[in-house]
Write a new protein. Structure first.
Length: 82
């Protein structure tokens, strides 16, 4: 469960019916709901950057599509996507 009153470090973007939700990792309740996945990713990415955490993006099927780390990662990925 995310700490109350604090800025959660890790964020997830998940399907929420016909919409998309950005929620702190470990929380059952979304922080915010969006019409598009793009909007949800932008919001959650900014929250994860501010906290130095991670962002996990899920597809409509619930499977993980992508992950990004914004903290001090001792084993940074070798991909060149960003």
């Amino acid at each position: 469960m995310a700490k109350k009153g604090g800025n959660p470090k890790n964020w997830r973007v998940v399907p929420h019916g016909d919409e998309w939700a950005a929620k702190p990792e470990g929380s059952d309740r979304p922080s915010k709901i969006f019409d598009t996945k793009k909007e949800a990713v932008e919001y959650a990415r900014e929250k994860a950057r501010q906290a130095g955490g991670e962002l996990t993006i899920h597809g409509k099927d619930g499977k993980i599509q992508d992950r990004d780390s914004y903290g001090n990662d001792p084993y940074p990925p070798k991909d060149k996507k960003h």
